[in-house]
Design a protein around this ligand. Structure first.
Ligand SMILES: CC(C)(COP(=O)(O)OP(=O)(O)OC[C@H]1O[C@@H](n2cnc3c(N)ncnc32)[C@H](O)[C@@H]1OP(=O)(O)O)[C@@H](O)C(=O)NCCC(=O)NCCS
Length: 204
């Protein structure tokens, strides 16, 4: 895709990035979605890392985004900063054309150059292993509730980046601020889309 530009987000992209995010996640995991609201509050969070986050632009249109935050692996004696990304998403009509890959590879390279040791995420267990992500049990890292599961993955950005890092993973508090009423109110800024209960969504 020769016209694809991976660049930092500008203020005048904000609405388009949020709307693209709504389209990418709508009815994917639950009826509706909250990820476009997450994008909005992430930018204001102290944990947000603007220097690593990027958008994908194709022929003047925003077609993807990846946003990074600081998170921590904590045990009795140490607290180690690591990276988390999310949302990572691509406009539905442009998916499977390498845009997700371009966003991921460009920013992982930047993160390496900036000296970050590792990325830990909750993500699609089928998608991320191709980039080298492994489940966190391989590194002696659990969720803050002492759990491990396929969607909980990590990658070392430098050799042995997680070798001496064990403990529980704490992501930014901003991920806990997805209050339903606030998401509903925020969603009114965007074109209406119908909420549907679909097969393949998360069960609660
Ligand atoms: C997941 C996502 C970011 C990937 O970006 P993309 O530009 O569509 O993907 P790419 O073109 O870089 O990669 C395509 C490959 O990824 C695979 N892939 C895409 N989405 C996938 C998913 N959700 N699960 C597993 N594999 C997936 C495709 O099958 C394709 O595989 P192939 O190369 O073996 O044919 C994008 O599809 C998206 O926004 N999905 C909806 C939101 C989402 O799920 N975000 C990730 C949350 S963790």
């Amino acid at each position: 895709m020769e016209n694809l530009i991976i660049r930092k987000e500008r203020k005048d992209d904000y609405f388009n990035v949020e709307y693209m995010t709504k389209k990418a996640f709508w009815n994917l995991h639950v009826p509706g979605c909250s990820e476009h609201y997450l994008v909005n509050i992430l930018r204001k969070s102290d944990d947000y890392i603007e220097d690593l986050s990027r958008v994908a632009e194709l022929n003047g249109e925003i077609v993807g985004t990846i946003m990074y935050t600081k998170s921590y692996v904590i045990n009795e004696t140490d607290s180690t900063e690591v990276l988390t990304f999310g949302p990572l998403c691509v406009e539905p009509s442009y998916q499977n054309k390498g845009i997700g890959k371009a966003l991921l590879e460009t920013t992982m390279e930047l993160a390496k150059k900036d000296g970050h040791r590792a990325i830990i995420i909750y993500g699609e267990p089928e998608y991320y292993p191709r980039y080298g992500f492994k489940t966190c049990d391989n590194f002696g890292i659990t969720t803050k509730d002492s759990k491990n599961f396929p969607a909980f993955m990590a990658i070392e950005l430098v050799p042995n980046g997680l070798k001496d890092v064990h403990g529980r993973f704490y992501e930014s508090k901003v991920f806990e601020e997805l209050i339903e009423e606030k998401v509903e109110e925020f969603d009114k800024k965007f074109p209406y889309m119908q909420k549907l209960k679909l097969q393949g969504q998360w069960d609660f």
